[in-house]
Design a protein around this ligand. Sequence first.
Ligand SMILES: NC(=O)c1ccc[n+]([C@@H]2O[C@H](COP(=O)([O-])OP(=O)(O)OC[C@H]3O[C@@H](n4cnc5c(N)ncnc54)[C@H](OP(=O)(O)O)[C@@H]3O)[C@@H](O)[C@H]2O)c1
Length: 333
Amino acid sequence: MHYVAAQNRYNDMKYNRCGKSGLLLPAVSLGLWHNFGGVDTHENSRAMVRTAFDLGITHFDLANNYGPPPGSAEETFGRILKTDLAGYRDELVISSKAGYLMWPGPYGEWGSLKYLTASLDQSLTRMGLDYVDIFYSHRPDPDTPLEETMAALDRALKQGKALYVGISSYNTEMTRNAVALLREFGDRCLIHQPRYSILDRWVEDGLLDVLAQHGIGCIPFSPLAQGLLTDKYLKDIPPDSRAAKPHGYLQKETITPELQTKLRALNDLAQKRGQSLSQMALAWVLKDPRITSVIIGASRPEQIADNLAALKNTTFTKEELASIDDFTRAYRT
Ligand SMILES: NC(=O)c1ccc[n+]([C@@H]2O[C@H](COP(=O)([O-])OP(=O)(O)OC[C@H]3O[C@@H](n4cnc5c(N)ncnc54)[C@H](OP(=O)(O)O)[C@@H]3O)[C@@H](O)[C@H]2O)c1
């Protein structure tokens, strides 16, 4: 059936400026790491993208290797662009990345000019696009000179194949160096994509300060710790959950009875705030003005709508923050 986007799609979403750039991003973005691959049901993936866009989510986060199989999430998204979103390209911010293993041999992963350049061309072909809005170095490469990886990002900009560039999972020191190198090319680092949630707070140890200092946006991934910070694992492991799937990245062994006890305490606190656990977890990340957007994952359209209600309350009392710290101390990385 022909898709027409909801007329009221911009009514409720909040759009935040990405660092000191001209680009606004929705406070919640949708990531296509899981549930958009060749192994997944296309109509469900399509329904999630359409639901997201109808709710004001203009930013879709992809990477060359998302699937499984690798590359298939970009193919899925390319199909949806063609069938549903072709007339809305200028309302969309589409990101891709390269860094993880994509093809055999010495040029199929990490951070060389050779790999990043070929990978971006492949991503554009899979999605049927002339350009991506944001192209990331997906992970730092310990063996390739950082100058070369940044030169690859610069080349993507100069060729017009990316409008903006970013880095993901770079530590604080490498971030400083990457920002300086991009500046030497006359470019700016738009955004950093780190893992950040109630259960993983490494970014608070210097990275967020460096990003703010340089006017760079921050877009955390896995803000729900892959689903741990939702109400689904409070008692058991549902058969259709990420932890139960053979190709999911969340390991069953992570969900111990001790962790479940803490999650139940967090869930009680969320309910006292009038939120679900997932809404509170997203609100907790978004409470910091240095955060531009959070990238959520989803396995069904209802989760997206449910999560957006987090935006109704992103302030916390000192006591609530202290309780969250207490409940999670033993499980934080
Ligand atoms: N840069 C990087 O290295 C990197 C790494 C990882 C991810 N990412 C990006 O970040 C995105 C998000 O990562 P993520 O998928 O791990 O994020 P997440 O938001 O922490 O976890 C998403 C999972 O949580 C569950 N969920 C979400 N909303 C729910 C709700 N309302 N109620 C119950 N369960 C809910 C779903 O699990 P079920 O499937 O069990 O329903 C969903 O698949 C990725 O798609 C990708 O774009 C980037």
